[in-house]
Design a protein around this ligand. Sequence first.
Ligand SMILES: NC(=O)c1ccc[n+]([C@@H]2O[C@H](COP(=O)([O-])OP(=O)(O)OC[C@H]3O[C@@H](n4cnc5c(N)ncnc54)[C@H](O)[C@@H]3O)[C@@H](O)[C@H]2O)c1
Length: 452
Amino acid sequence: MSEKSKINRRQFIQRSALGSAAMGMALGEGHGEAPEVPARVPASDKVTVGMIGVGARAQELMQAIMTLPGTEIVGVCDAYKGRTDRAVARTKGRAKVYKDYKEILADKSIDTVVIATPDHWHATIAIDAVRAGKDVYIEKPMTYAVEEGNNIIAEVKKTGRILQVGSQGMSSRTQQKAREIIASGKLGQVTMVRAFYNRNTASGAWIYPIPPDASPQTVNWEMFLGPAPKRSVDYARFFRWRCYRDYSGGIATDLFVHLVTSIHFMMNAKMPANFVAMGQLYRWKESRDVPDTVNAILEYPEGFTANLSSTFNNQLSSEGGFQILGTKGSLVLGNGLSFHPEIVSEDNRWIVESWPETLEEAYYKDPKVRSEELPNTREPEVLAGEEEFREIGFDATILHFRNFFSCVKTRKQPLQDALAGHRNAACAHLINQSIRERRMVSWDVGKETAKA
Ligand SMILES: NC(=O)c1ccc[n+]([C@@H]2O[C@H](COP(=O)([O-])OP(=O)(O)OC[C@H]3O[C@@H](n4cnc5c(N)ncnc54)[C@H](O)[C@@H]3O)[C@@H](O)[C@H]2O)c1
């Protein structure tokens, strides 16, 4: 991803994402499925962190963690040596390199782990981690396949561990503000949400540069493959795994998961009932087997639909954003948040002017019609216009981690627990199912999985 689009992505995710950790707890976010168990870390003690996967995102996560007092990154592991070298350097040589994630899990001095591997590893490592007694911060999407979600929820519950999913947008004060505005009724009836991610660069389309020192000495191919289908070494797959179905769900799991997580938070919605989507591979054909263009419609039982779209062919509008459309006003989230009132007036002239003239005259004599349809006949008033909001202060990733580490000590449920992580990732999986099967697919609320 280019620096420019990286900044755009950061600004979008960090500055426009949903409400604060503290607010979320107050609003009853988290689903409380884990039993209260004593903290393994006394409130006064430092929380130790093991990083599982220290690729591009994890290096950002490390920088966020290192701003938080009372935490220390003590261990790292990765399938590419260049990344562990960089991670150790970031900690000024303090973190130790472990051979693999199982070694990190076996170390009793490590309290928490951050899982930032490619998606096809997420469920296996998360389940092993909570079984090993670790609290877990896991990058989005929580799962690679829908059926993994309920297994993770069950293990988190059984072990009483804390698990926070890392779609950090919902920890931003901007998305918290949006949630408050929507809950206040200021938008009137909201029946449509539009959300999008548009890019027009190779890096935006995940064609990242491959480090020139990639070789059998620096890259552990088998460690990367793990539960994925066996195949011979391919550095494009290793470093651009989002482009391949064996490791990723493409646009839906990489980008739409952020969008639905934020929509669920801002709209106080749980899960769509129905999904219809189309996905095409139009442009980046040589580099992938996932679509580069996706349109999805999600129907929510809360009484609205969401249109999600992404193209890697054009970035006319900012890289990502939301429009939340209500009868009294709209919220637009992109680089910031703005409220746009709906200032509307009725106008039936073109209909009434086709009636017999006497009927038209009679119609406009009605005082109610005059005040509603002929603005020039009423007393002027000044209506409230647009409002702009800008966020300053800690970015959303720091706030999201702050929530996680506070829950590690208090054993309260984090903002984005395993159930929320399952539903948000499942939205992506059902979108991909709809694309593959070219039909509408539905969510089974009772079973928390796709309807057969
Ligand atoms: N929240 C966000 O805004 C955000 C942004 C980017 C990425 N992500 C998520 O973070 C995760 C990582 O993405 P990335 O962009 O950092 O990818 P990446 O390829 O840069 O990093 C993944 C790292 O995991 C390593 N790895 C592979 N198998 C491993 C294993 N078995 N054990 C340990 N390490 C292993 C790889 O060598 C690689 O360095 C993904 O799940 C992605 O969706 C989230």
